[in-house]
Design a protein around this ligand. Structure first.
Ligand code: IPD
Ligand code: CA
Ligand code: CA
Length: 258
């Protein structure tokens, strides 16, 4: 039932993404230049929340545009109605609906759907990660220098010492390809699918990574904070890799030599 509702809610959100994509929609600005929210974000969020609440009216919901809908429940749905809104607003088809479900504080299920690339990712704790129903597995590169990475840049907070630009520069100067797709949820799914060997980002919110980090873990990868410790989506730092290059990437992100 939980899984069915998750899939249904993700699809309901994606219907709104398809409806508005490349059309005309209202856009407004949040904190920071170009930190956008569109009419499509709100419509997708409503469709997702309506679907969840129809089945589970007593579950806790945390959603990017509406905040917390507090309930005394062991279940918590964590929703990003559009991850990659800037891409979406510019007609760039790298964006998705992302929904994670926590039970008693542990992520147990996640779905990420990019309807423009026809890629539906699903993960369940202990049962694996899937792309369009096919099991996926992280990549097998063993050295950072041979890896293909992805990162993202926050709308604010770029100039901190050893911040996003410095880490990026260090990797790029060594010739390591570091892509920037503009959707943390897609980045994580692409690590899970073995397209990237690693992803790191300095300032994410719980809704950006909730479903994606489970996807990486269930595909056999490793996800930690910047210290290399247990990952919680309620703190900003993330390093997600195929496992083999994890310690090397943790060291570089912390300003170590490379
Ligand atoms: C953003 C994307 C982006 C990341 C930003 C997020 P949004 O989410 O995930 O890749 O770099 O930090 O805020 O605003 O498109 O939902
Ligand atoms: Ca997001
Ligand atoms: Ca969003």
């Amino acid at each position: 039932m939980l899984k069915q509702t998750l899939l249904k809610a993700t699809e309901a959100g994606a219907v709104q993404l398809r409806h508005f994509f490349n059309g005309t929609f209202a856009i407004s600005n949040k904190e920071g230049i170009n930190n956008l929210v569109t009419e499509a974000d709100h419509a997708a969020e409503k469709a997702i929340m309506d679907t969840i609440q129809a089945e589970f009216p007593d579950h806790f919901i945390l959603s990017e545009e509406s905040g917390e809908l507090k309930q005394d429940s062991t279940y918590k749905w964590i929703i990003d109605p559009i991850d990659g809104t800037v891409n979406f607003a510019n007609g760039i088809p790298i964006c998705c609906v992302s929904i994670g479900i926590e039970k008693a504080g542990k992520m147990i299920m996640g779905a990420v759907y990019n309807p423009f690339m026809n890629e539906f990712y699903f993960a369940e704790k202990g049962a694996g990660a899937f792309l369009n129903d096919q099991k996926i597995q992280v990549g097998n590169k063993t050295t950072l220098i041979k890896s293909c990475l992805v990162t993202g840049f926050p709308y604010t907070y770029l100039d901190a010492p050893n911040g996003p630009l410095q880490v990026f520069e260090k990797l790029i100067r060594k010739g390591v390809p570091v892509r920037r797709l503009g959707s943390a949820a897609v980045d994580l799914c692409w690590v899970a699918a073995g397209r990237f060997d690693g992803f790191y980002e300095h300032k994410l919110q719980a809704w950006d990574s909730a479903a994606g980090f489970l996807m990486v873990e269930e595909a056999g990868g490793k996800v930690t904070d910047f210290k290399g410790d247990y990952y919680s989506p309620y703190q900003p730092h993330i390093i997600a890799t195929n496992g083999h290059i994890h310690d090397e990437l943790v060291a570089v992100v912390n300003g170590g030599p490379f």
